[in-house]
Design a protein around this ligand. Sequence first.
Ligand SMILES: [Ca+2]
Length: 228
Amino acid sequence: MVKMIVVVLLMLAGHRSLAFEEIAEERLFPPLHPNCTQSLTDLLLLRQEAQLNRMAAAQEATTELLKASLEALVQVRDSLKAEEHTPATVKCLSPFTQVRDSCLLLALHELHTWASARQYCGRYGADLVHFSDVNAYVAILDYINTINQQRKSVNVWIGGSDEAVEDTWVWITGELMPRGPPFWGTKDGYRPQPSDGRSQNCAILWQPDQYYMHDVSCTYKAVPLCQI
Ligand SMILES: [Ca+2]
């Protein structure tokens, strides 16, 4: 009976050594012999402890690696954020003002048709403003309110039209304009903009509708918002 227990324990010990232990450890803890007087239980416990220590060390190394990777990713994210919020250095000559990455001029006392407004901006080597995202739009609205602190009732030409192809609104750069909210007016008694088909082909920031974009006739008179 005792011999059988010894054989079973030896089989268990042999299985564990094949599955988990290194050859060096086999030298440290040589195979058991049935006549060995050392406690088999103690020896198995030693082996188990060595295995656990090795697993703990491997886990610790993995944790350190993950921490280092996480720190590197956080640094990349922070640097991208800083880049995103730092406007490029732009030198704007008077009367232009830097707004984000471009120079703007709201010619508050000039009233022009859309085409004439483009010519006005052209005198400065500029053209009517265009923008592609909400942040740029908000920055432009802030600039307009800063220049027009007296809340003069003026509408503002921007560089977009659907004159070439009805209902295909493009910037003067040829890029498609954004559509829908929050750019175009949709409320406060107005029909969703743009709303007037072939009779209105130029885009304007409509002051009575909090400077949301509207379509109006290109021969309407408004102030140019020039951009370099
Ligand atoms: Ca139209």
